[in-house]
Design a protein around this ligand. Structure first.
Ligand SMILES: CC(C)(COP(=O)(O)OP(=O)(O)OC[C@H]1O[C@@H](n2cnc3c(N)ncnc32)[C@H](O)[C@@H]1OP(=O)(O)O)[C@@H](O)C(=O)NCCC(=O)NCCS
Length: 197
């Protein structure tokens, strides 16, 4: 893949990574790829939120990806691919294990607005921030939404367009709104290995 990237891309990326690494709490491996318009934000909409970012080697952020800490942490393991126009928030903490792939236009949101009261605007009510953990070697299809408090186990597959509201077990395959488990990759392999009788 790197062979198709232009020298200008490489220079642009190196300058951006060096600039990011000067910021407090931000650690980005020099081998991370940023597509056009891909950004890491520790502040946005005119506000500085702070937060912590750690991006390991050989991560790819495709065009238009936004990583926004909102005061929380975003930790991404080696070789993770984040597809075009994904938005990954940090509020309550987001951890993504190595070798995971995330399809285009997916949004991961480790926070929820409280809305128990009706006498004050929702925007003025406290956020809950439980955090999201995604294991190694997970494949999240395009256009998914992963909501606060969810843990997705290693090797899981999430179908395109899913809204993940509950934990998905390791090697689970799940899809839909809300995402429901349909099978388990590891169990399917074990069954195939068992002798017929
Ligand atoms: C989930 C997925 C991996 C395939 O899983 P699978 O269990 O092999 O699914 P199948 O193709 O055998 O389909 C099984 C059933 O689930 C349905 N289904 C498959 N994917 C679905 C999805 N994402 N959402 C809802 N239903 C889905 C199928 O229509 C089929 O329904 P039926 O039994 O009524 O005919 C695939 O459909 C998918 O969503 N891939 C993501 C592609 C993508 O976004 N790539 C981004 C590039 S990184």
């Amino acid at each position: 893949m790197n062979a198709h990237r232009t020298p200008w891309d490489a220079i642009r990326r190196r300058i951006y990574v060096a600039w990011l690494n000067r910021r407090r709490g931000v650690q980005v491996s020099p081998s991370v790829y940023f597509g056009r318009g891909a950004t890491i934000q520790t502040g946005s909409d005119g506000c500085a939120f702070g937060g912590r970012v750690a991006i390991a080697e050989s991560v790819t952020f495709s065009d238009g990806v936004i990583i926004a800490t909102y005061g929380g942490s975003v930790e991404i393991g080696a070789n993770v691919y984040v597809g075009p126009y994904c938005v990954l928030y940090g509020h309550g903490g987001l951890t993504i294990g190595r070798d995971t792939m995330i399809g285009a236009h997916t949004v991961i949101i480790p926070a929820n607005h409280g809305f128990a009261r009706v006498d004050i605007p929702i925007a003025a009510q406290p956020l809950t921030r439980e955090g999201i953990t995604i294991g190694e070697d997970v494949w999240i299809g395009s256009g998914c939404r992963v909501l606060d408090g969810v843990r997705i186990g290693r090797g899981a597959v999430i179908g395109a367009g899913s809204v993940v509201t509950q934990d998905i077990e390791a090697y689970g395959v799940a899809y839909g709104v809300p995402a429901r488990p349909v099978r388990n990759r590891a169990a399917a392999i074990m069954t195939a290995l068992l002798p017929d009788d």
